[in-house]
Design a protein around this ligand. Structure first.
Ligand code: ANZ
Ligand code: ZN
Length: 892
């Protein structure tokens, strides 16, 4: 048998699965299990391995449960690395990508996964991006794709525009790490803001029953960033005496009495006007790129502002308000202007301290624990409270009430209104790069932007005649045959759009394509969508998933609205991923020099002595060991393929699942793989024993494990454990997937219990039922190993055709009914007791089992008496302990 020659066994079954035609499902219920598709970088990494192992376990489990399982995958194949490879090494991006896909697909198969490869898609193939272009046109026709001049984030290294979400908190590009510049450019956008309410509200349903992890829900809420508040209008007097209104957005209208200054964004119209005649201001604005998002810098303008609060003498109203231009005020949030309340806002407080350190203007604390005004706060008081006596008609009201009243009163004079502000901006989807889906638009001098007629799709990427090596900017701009075309509307010469789409557009709809991946005419048929959407289980890492998930939710909702995806009242039918299973990262053991902190390469370490700490070769000092994200710079990468080669795919898979709860960081420790390997060896030995047992059935034992009355005690115990293990494993996969590591430990426990009980001391029915259940439970995790066990134990008895796959068998049903289980548990009334007489072991006797509390026996004098009585009643007992009365006497 190839069973424990894991690598050979993997290869055998991979070949057999290849030719296995899917079994028509008996249960009609569909189960769509999807791992986030990979970027074809060239090789699978450990993170991929974790995702694909989990999704494969789920797919195989549900297949055995009789569901109609869809388990496809594909390639997120557009994007910069391919283009950069082209620029750096002169290779064709398409060829580079296809070679990588080929290699990674082989690696995926080598990890014993079972995918619906006939549905494979690659976003860079014209048969796929034809439909991405179609999606663009549907959005365009609905007014949801538009072009606009916008101040955009420009990455000077990758030479392309980035979405806001692709710029980190330090103003750097998520990809290249370059400091992003602001440039005014004409760009394409998708109007995701039209769906912001649904995108936010429907999160509530995803949050129920842990359908989506909390963390992801919160991050989505944050991206959407709805805040409810008010717009309040101040009056600014310019130097020529003219008065202009300036509106601010605030979430705290109750703090209006505390306004100490106004701050305007660097591109606020008033700032722009003033800069024309103020060179110092102009110089300040020119430094804009140097200011980070937390900058406290400010430039006090030559104008003053007036509060909209009436000045009828009630309350203390600041009327000569300083106005600043300040980089901390976002240009495209709210009104691009802030009412500064140092007393109640931490940022305003430190801004004021930085810019007016000597100013004597008291900080007026408005809402506070009491009505008494506080005028010398040491820090901002950010909670709500009671408005102080300085607040005129609002004194004594609580924040909530006062805010509502202030806005209502100002509203009567047209100076305030309740508003909502969102952090979410429309999605900037155009990229000035070659390797992406071309935007299907033609620019005509007389007609403007004209959509490419559907029958001309796909607009294919032209082959790059000259190689890209060393090229800067968008190569499409220089390819004349691509660029020049005729206007579909008036027929005159026109130019093609050369921007391509953000790769997040590809992944915003790819999951909907799999159920109908060969469809040439539409993105997918509504029929396929009705049958297979939404995705039931979406498996992937959350690190990069926030944007992808938001965009996918948006596009799915749009497709629902268009009727392309039939949906019902049920919110879940309007969400693309009913469940999101988010796995943690894989970290690797990392060595560093204790003195320099430098990360060490494997060859920088001295050869490690058995059981000793690793040492730095050069100094002989013990190396520091930490667990870090795998990366080239830390020299800690582990190649999954080398693990398959060393241990086989099944062992590696089981190890991955066992090593950590699913959502937690997995510390990849190769030494621990051995334990898993040893477990499968032991299991294999049990299979050998089972086969022997089956060929020489032991007549004295009943074959039927359900003949419970004639079952030996060991058999009863094994059967009980097998039954409870089966239930625990099923329950974990069904409703506690994040603890899938416990499935492995449960299976190890059962294996050890059978091993310790000795298989040939069990009734053969119990032995075979237990072992069969065990390998079926193992099948989704270690598929090739389980297949081989299954084949081997069935040959001698030929219960089924030996070639039958274990995955065509159904998931094991409980081995015992609840009544049978109760009977067996109750039957365990005796235990074996070793009896010593005068310090020597003389004999053993069956005695009543003690009552159990958990796993502990409960001590009681009744039980003690019963044990003594049972011992004395045996033949040996009466022989050794004749003077039974002595015992009773001594007790009294
Ligand atoms: C006065 C105030 C007093 C504020 C107070 C807060 C606390 P969220 O909740 O994130 O929406 N703000 C308004 N527009 C801004 C812009 N363009 N750039 C930077 N900050 C801006 O934040 C809303 C608050 O952020 C607003 O409420 C405003 O400061 C500030 F005790 O107004 B608040
Ligand atoms: Zn035209």
């Amino acid at each position: 048998s190839t069973r424990t020659d894991f690598q050979a066994n993997d290869a055998k079954w991979q070949a057999l699965w290849q030719n296995q035609s899917p079994v028509p499902s008996l249960v009609k219920t569909k189960k769509y299990v999807l791992p986030m598709f990979a970027y074809p970088s060239g090789s699978l990494h450990m993170g991929h391995l974790r995702v694909y192992t989990i999704s494969d376990v789920l797919a195989r489990y549900h297949r055995m449960k009789g569901y109609n399982v869809l388990h496809p995958t594909g390639w997120d194949a557009f994007g910069l690395p391919a283009e950069n490879a082209a620029i750096e090494r002169g290779v064709d991006p398409g060829e580079w990508t296809l070679t990588n896909i080929d290699k990674m697909k082989g690696q995926l198969k080598s990890m014993n996964t079972h995918f619906d490869w006939d549905r494979e898609i690659s976003t860079c193939s014209p048969s796929f991006y034809k439909h991405t272009q179609k999606l663009f046109l549907i959005l365009y026709k609905k007014g949801l794709a538009y072009q606009a001049e916008a101040l955009v984030n420009y990455d000077p290294v990758d030479k392309t525009v980035l979405a806001n979400e692709q710029v980190d908190n330090n103003g750097r590009s998520w990809r290249s790490g370059a400091v992003v510049e602001q440039r005014m450019l004409r760009q394409w956008f998708f109007r995701i803001t039209a769906f912001q309410d649904a995108l936010l509200d429907d999160l509530d349903v995803l949050a129920e029953n842990n359908r989506w992890p909390d963390r992801v829900i919160q991050q989505q809420r944050h991206w959407l960033g709805r805040s409810k508040g008010a717009t309040i209008t101040f009056e600014v007097e310019l130097s020529d005496g003219s008065k202009v209104p300036v509106s601010v957005f605030t979430t705290r209208p109750d703090t209006l009495f505390g306004v100490t200054y106004l701050a305007l964004s660097m591109s606020h119209p008033i700032v722009s006007v003033l800069a024309k005649s103020d060179t110092r201001l102009g110089a300040f604005l020119a430094k804009k790129a140097n200011f980070g998002p937390d900058s406290k810098e400010g430039f006090e303008l030559s104008v003053r502002a007036k509060s909209p609060l009436s000045t009828d003498g009630t309350g203390s109203v600041q009327q000569n308000i300083s106005v600043f231009a300040a980089p901390y005020v976002l240009e495209n949030y709210g009104e691009g202007a802030v009412m500064g309340v140092p007393a109640h806002d931490t940022r305003d407080f430190s801004f004021w301290k930085t810019n007016k350190p000597r100013e004597q203007i008291p900080i007026v604390v408005v809402p506070h624990g009491s009505e008494a005004p506080v005028t010398d706060a040491k820090e901002a008081y950010t909670s709500h409270g009671i408005l102080s006596s300085l607040c005129g008609p609002y004194a004594g009201m609580d924040s909530q009430q006062a805010g509502t009243r202030i806005v209502a009163d100002l509203n009567k004079r047209g100076l305030a209104g309740e508003t909502q502000t969102w952090r979410l901006r429309d999605w900037l989807i155009s990229r000035q790069r070659y390797w992406g889906t071309p935007i299907p638009i033609i620019h005509c001098e007389s007609c403007g932007a004209v959509p490419v007629p559907e029958d001309q799709l796909p607009i294919e990427l032209p082959k790059l005649g000259e190689d890209l090596q060393g090229q800067k900017g968008n190569p499409l701009d220089g390819i004349e045959p691509f660029l020049n075309t005729d206007c579909p509307s008036c027929g005159k010469p026109a130019k093609r759009e050369t921007d391509t789409m953000d790769t997040f557009v590809d992944s915003s709809w790819y999951y909907a394509r799999f159920p109908d991946s060969q469809n040439q005419n539409e993105l997918f048929s509504t029929d396929s969508a009705t049958k297979m959407l939404p995705v039931d289980m979406y498996v992937g890492g959350v690190e990069h998933a926030i944007l992808h998930l938001l965009y996918a939710r948006f596009i799915f909702k749009f497709l629902c609205q268009e009727g392309q995806v039939p949906s019902t009242e049920d919110i879940l039918s309007k969400e693309p991923f009913s469940r999101l299973i988010a796995q943690g990262m894989v970290h690797a053991k990392t060595f560093s020099d204790p003195h320099t902190g430098r990360f060490l390469k494997p060859e920088d370490l001295a050869p490690q002595e058995e059981g000793k700490a690793p040492r730095v070769k050069a100094t002989g000092k013990e190396a520091n060991i930490t667990w870090e994200k795998m990366s080239k710079s830390k020299h800690n990468g582990v190649d999954p393929i080398s693990c398959f080669q060393k241990y086989g795919a099944d062992v590696t898979r089981a190890h991955i699942l066992f090593a950590a709860p699913l959502s937690e960081v997995l510390q990849w420790d190769e030494e621990k793989i051995i334990g898993v390997q040893r477990w499968l060896y032991r299991l294999s030995r049990l299979i050998d024993e089972l086969i022997t047992l089956q060929t020489q059935p032991r007549g004295s034992f009943p074959d039927d494990p359900r003949d419970l009355n004639n079952l030996s005690d060991v058999s009863a115990e094994v059967l009980l454990l097998a039954n409870s293990t089966l239930q625990a494993v099923t329950n974990t996969i069904e409703s506690n997937i994040y603890n899938i590591n416990t499935v492995i430990s449960d299976l190890i426990k059962l294996t050890n219990a059978v091993y310790n009980a000795k298989l040939d001391s069990l009734e053969s029915g119990v032995a075979s039922d237990t072992m069969l259940a065990l390998i079926k439970l193992l099948a989704p995790i270690a598929p090739a190993f389980a297949e081989q066990c299954f084949e081997d134990i069935h040959q001698p008895r030929s219960i089924t055709k030996p070639t039958d796959s274990i995955f065509e068998q159904s998931w094991p049903e409980p081995l015992l009914t609840p009544e049978e289980e109760a009977t067996l548990k109750a039957r365990k009334t005796t235990i074996t007791c070793a009896v010593q007489v005068n310090g020597k072991l003389r004999f053993t006797a069956d005695v009543p089992a003690p009552k159990l509390e958990g796993k502990k026996a409960v001590k009681s004098s009744e039980h003690e008496d019963a044990v003594v009585a049972a011992v004395l009643s045996t033949e040996q007992g009466s022989l050794w302990l004749k003077e039974k009365n002595t015992w009773e006497k001594r007790k009294k």
